[in-house]
Structure formats: structure tokens, C-alpha cells
Design a protein around this ligand. Structure first.
Ligand SMILES: CC(C)(COP(=O)(O)OP(=O)(O)OC[C@H]1O[C@@H](n2cnc3c(N)ncnc32)[C@H](O)[C@@H]1OP(=O)(O)O)[C@@H](O)C(=O)NCCC(=O)NCCS
Length: 175
């Protein structure tokens, strides 16, 4: 029997596990160079993770972000967040969604639970949710389409990783 999944708000105490999970995606990228998330060049230092989490937590408190984590057996295994990335008046109704789940917990509905939870929380705070997916990220595209996102364009060769190009598919959802 699969363990129960609990989807809940992000807590300040989640920092340690969230940072550990994020850093693990750098290791995963070594095995899978096409991993569909933008993690940047070098693995960040813990001090950079602290800065990121503090800024993110402040956005949550100020209503400029919403997020949910999934917990299995007391362990945080994934997170989805929607952030107001630009605070200018004419675009602040948009939020950018990001999601990642630890490899061993994928494909069992956790992504769907997290995106659904974040869309619910975003209502009243955002009007449009935007995101993008790499062309080869089938699970992500299926997840977004299933949650109602519509594809509105493709950035040909928008990603260049290890001298190899990947198209980026853009999606949005009006809520
Ligand atoms: C993308 C990601 C968040 C999806 O989360 P998940 O928990 O695996 O998704 P779910 O189990 O809820 O599945 C969502 C849908 O995708 C489908 N799916 C899952 N794995 C799949 C695969 N390998 N190929 C095709 N479809 C797949 C599921 O069947 C489901 O559709 P269905 O309900 O019609 O059957 C997860 O794979 C992940 O963290 N990947 C690495 C990071 C990443 O790519 N983030 C997204 C950046 S855009």
C-alpha cells in the first residue's frame, strides 16, 4: 500500500528539507541532462539558499506568492509555488508557477495534487498563471493540460544546455 500524501502550506521549518531537495535536482541533472527544470549553473551555496527562502517566505506572507508542499511519511517530497515575479502595476496580476517532486515520488498523482492546491490558493491573488515546459517533459505537459492550462506558444531553441537546444512550450491559465 502506498503511503498517504499530505498537501499543506509551506512552513518556515521546511527550509532545511526544501533546500536539500532543491540541491538534489543538481545531482539528478548529472544523470539526466534533460531534466526539465532551470536550476542554473553551479550548485548554490547554503547561504544563497537561505537568501532565496527568506525572500520567498516574505512573498508568501505579503501575498505575492502562494505555495504548497507534499509530505509523505513526514518527509517533504515536493513543492509547487506561484510567484509574482514583476511588481509593476500593469503585470502584477500574473504569477509564474514552478513545481518539482523528488524522483522516487513522481508518477503517483502528487504533481496533480500540488498544482490543484496552488491554483485554488491563487484565486483572488492572481488572475493569470504562466509557466513553461521543455519540449521533452511529457509528464509536465500532461499535468498542465490536465489542470486546464492552454499552450500559447513555443520558443524554438529557447533552452541551450550542454551545447544542445531544447524548445520551450509556454502555457497559461486564467483563473
Ligand atoms: C513534472 C512533475 C512535477 C509531474 O509530477 P507527477 O507527480 O509526476 O505528476 P502526476 O503523477 O500527477 O501525473 C500527471 C500526469 O502526467 C502523466 N505522466 C506522469 N508521468 C508520465 C510520463 N513519464 N510520461 C507521460 N505522462 C506521464 C500522468 O499519467 C498524469 O496524467 P493522467 O492523470 O492523465 O494519467 C514531476 O515529474 C517532476 O517533478 N519532474 C521533475 C521536475 C520538473 O520537470 N518540473 C516541471 C518543470 S516545467
Amino acid at each position: 500500500m502506498q503511503e498517504k500524501v499530505v498537501v499543506r502550506d509551506v512552513l518556515w521549518e521546511d527550509f532545511g528539507l526544501l533546500a536539500k531537495n532543491f540541491l538534489s535536482y543538481y545531482d539528478e541533472m548529472k544523470e539526466n541532462p534533460d531534466l526539465g527544470i532551470l536550476v542554473g549553473g553551479k550548485k548554490p551555496k547554503m547561504t544563497e539558499e537561505i537568501d532565496w527562502f527568506s525572500a520567498f517566505y516574505k512573498r508568501l506572507l505579503e501575498g505575492d506568492a502562494v505555495a504548497s508542499v507534499a509530505e509523505v511519511g513526514g518527509k517533504v517530497v515536493g513543492m509547487c509555488d506561484i510567484n509574482r515575479t514583476v511588481l509593476r502595476e500593469d503585470v502584477k496580476h500574473r504569477g509564474l508557477l514552478g513545481i518539482a517532486i523528488l524522483k522516487e515520488y513522481r508518477g503517483r498523482g502528487i504533481g496533480t495534487m500540488l498544482v490543484t492546491s496552488c491554483i485554488k490558493k491563487a484565486k483572488g491573488k492572481f488572475e493569470i498563471i504562466m509557466l513553461s515546459a521543455f519540449e521533452n517533459n511529457r509528464p509536465a505537459m500532461r499535468l498542465y493540460e490536465k489542470c486546464g492550462f492552454k499552450e500559447y506558444g513555443v520558443g524554438k531553441k529557447f533552452i541551450k544546455r550542454n551545447e544542445h537546444y531544447i524548445d520551450e512550450h509556454f502555457y497559461c491559465l486564467e483563473i
